[in-house]
Design a protein around this ligand. Sequence first.
Ligand SMILES: [Zn+2]
Length: 84
Amino acid sequence: MEEKCQFCGGAVKKKTVSLDLWKKEKLYVFKNVPAKVCEQCGEKYFSSKIYGIIDRLLKDKSKPDETMIVPVLSLEKFAEEAVS
Ligand SMILES: [Zn+2]
């Protein structure tokens, strides 16, 4: 039985994706996350098992597999331009 996207009705396929999650002002990036992805709009679906594992990993105080530097860019100086 073929699954369909809840949003656009597109075909959904099993894939491994990356997922970024904010928790208490901190950004976490998860790699190699099994998901079902809509081929039309790109919506990602995760099973409750995956959410359980992510929850466990977030509570785990051991070192992450890797860390990366994330550029932060402020739009403050464009405030006027942005609203007009
Ligand atoms: Zn879709």
